[in-house]
Every structure is written in structure tokens, then in C-alpha cells.
Design a protein around this ligand. Structure first.
Ligand code: ADP
Length: 175
């Protein structure tokens, strides 16, 4: 399994699955969520409405992940996960690690072999770049061999601060 960190826009990634830093409603929002919905087109919102109605009528809780088809995006799937919102008192970093872990498990369940992540929680939800990188690292490393069926896990980071933190905390995992 290859771990890569790139500067860029997650909506442009040609991977099997991209991860969305969604909110509990699953019905779109700002930041990377808004960018993904704009690039994917209105069909993604329809998929999200169906996902919510059938599986998460109360909304997707922080730390969980669920997937939909990716509509017009180059990817096949969007895995939606909800970061803990520090500004709402959700300050447990294990919930942030759970976002990465549950998204990777969902990728395996889908049969995806390449998956791209944004810096979940590093925007409006108020986490430090170092905390996000450490949460990603924990999810990747806590169970050796767990992600062997994945060929590539790519972190696609929009902000230089977040990209630098991921390079610092994950560089020893790079192939
Ligand atoms: P959260 O609410 O989980 O904090 P945000 O969407 O506010 O989510 O921000 C998460 C991270 O995604 C931020 O570092 C932000 O810069 C980044 N981001 C925003 N747009 C994109 C994009 N198109 N591709 C990749 N990352 C993005």
C-alpha cells in the first residue's frame, strides 16, 4: 500500500473513492463538501438524500462513514464522513481518527483500491493540522496489514499548512 501526500483539489482526483468531510445532515455544506457537490452535480445530492432517508434518518454521527456513487466526478464513489466539530465542544481526537478508519473500512467494503482524503476537520471544524495528520496516521498504522488490499491512500491537501503537517507526520510511511 502506497501513501502519498499531494497539494491539490480532491474533486479532480481519478481514484476509486474520494472522502468528503461532510456534516451530519449529509445534504451539503461549505468547504470541501461544497466543492465536491458543485463538481459532482445535483445527482450527488439525490444520492445523499437517499442514503440519509434509508440509513441515517437522524443524520450521520461524527466519526462514522457512509458512501454514495460519485455522480459526475472522476472517482466512482464518495465516502462521506463527519468530523468532530471542535467549535461545538467535540474535542475527542479519537473521533477524528475514527473518521479516517471508518472511511478506509468503507473503501475496503466497496472494493476500492485507491482512495483520496482531504484534511478532515482542518477547516471550519477547527482542528490543528498536526492533530488531523496524527489522526490519519493512527488510523493507518494501528492494525498492521489492515489496509493491504488498498493500493494507494492519497491525502489531497488544499492548504500548505495541512500539507506540511501530513508530510511531517507521515513521511516515514511513504514508500
Ligand atoms: P471540516 O468542516 O471537516 O473542517 P472543511 O471543508 O471546512 O471541513 O475543511 C477541511 C479541509 O478541506 C480544509 O483544510 C480545507 O482547506 C480543505 N479543502 C477545501 N476545499 C478543498 C478541495 N476542493 N480539495 C481538497 N481540500 C479542500
Amino acid at each position: 500500500m502506497r501513501i502519498t501526500v499531494v497539494d491539490g483539489d480532491i474533486t479532480e482526483q481519478d481514484v476509486d473513492a474520494i472522502v468528503n468531510a461532510a456534516n451530519s445532515s449529509l445534504l451539503g455544506g461549505g468547504g470541501v463538501d461544497g466543492a465536491i457537490h458543485r463538481a459532482a452535480g445535483p445527482e450527488l445530492l439525490q444520492h445523499c438524500r437517499t442514503l440519509r432517508a434509508h440509513h441515517w434518518p437522524e443524520g450521520l454521527p461524527p466519526g462514522r462513514a457512509a458512501s454514495t456513487p460519485a455522480a459526475q466526478l472522476p472517482a466512482d464513489w464518495v465516502i462521506h464522513t463527519v468530523g468532530p466539530n471542535r467549535h461545538a465542544g467535540e474535542t475527542d481526537p479519537s473521533v477524528l481518527a475514527s473518521c479516517f478508519r471508518e472511511s478506509l473500512l468503507e473503501a475496503l467494503r466497496l472494493g476500492a483500491t485507491s482512495v483520496a482524503f482531504p484534511g478532515i476537520g482542518a477547516g471550519v471544524y477547527g482542528w490543528e493540522a498536526d492533530d488531523v495528520a496524527q489522526a490519519a496516521r493512527l488510523a493507518l498504522t494501528e492494525v498492521p496489514g489492515r489496509w493491504d488490499a488498498l493500493e494507494e491512500v492519497r491525502f489531497v491537501l488544499f492548504s500548505a499548512t495541512v500539507a506540511d503537517a501530513f508530510r511531517e507526520h507521515l513521511s516515514d510511511l511513504f514508500a
